[in-house]
Design a protein around this ligand. Structure first.
Ligand SMILES: [Zn+2]
Length: 110
């Protein structure tokens, strides 16, 4: 066999090994991701009324739910603000139609 052919064969083998290696790692990563996903969904039960991903836009702290005049608001534990979702906001605004809040948020559909 000529040296050239040997080199070519070696190159072919290296490429084959590399491809198998890549597949191995891809499959392993897939498995790890799958396991992470399973762990996540089996993890802590979600607090009712609060998305666990709601975080304060200023400090990043996880918001805590606070009952607020019959609605459920989310509040930054460091006092940066309070958030109401759209349904809560509408309910409040409809009830407080004569207040600044109502005038600001309640827009009856025409
Ligand atoms: Zn905050």
């Amino acid at each position: 066999m000529a040296d050239d052919d040997k080199d070519r064969l070696g190159e072919k083998l290296r490429r084959k090994e590399k491809a198998e290696e890549d597949r191995f790692f891809a499959e392993r990563d897939q498995e790890l991701l799958e396991r992470l996903r399973r762990q996540k969904s089996a993890g802590q039960p979600e607090e009712p009324g609060a998305s666990p991903r709601m975080r304060c836009p200023r400090c990043g702290a996880e918001l805590v739910t606070v009952p607020h005049h019959g609605t459920t608001g989310a509040e930054c534990p460091a006092g940066h603000g309070r958030w109401l979702d759209h349904a809560d906001l509408e309910a409040l605004a409809a009830r407080e139609r004569d207040s600044w809040l109502g005038r600001f948020f309640h827009r009856p559909r025409r």
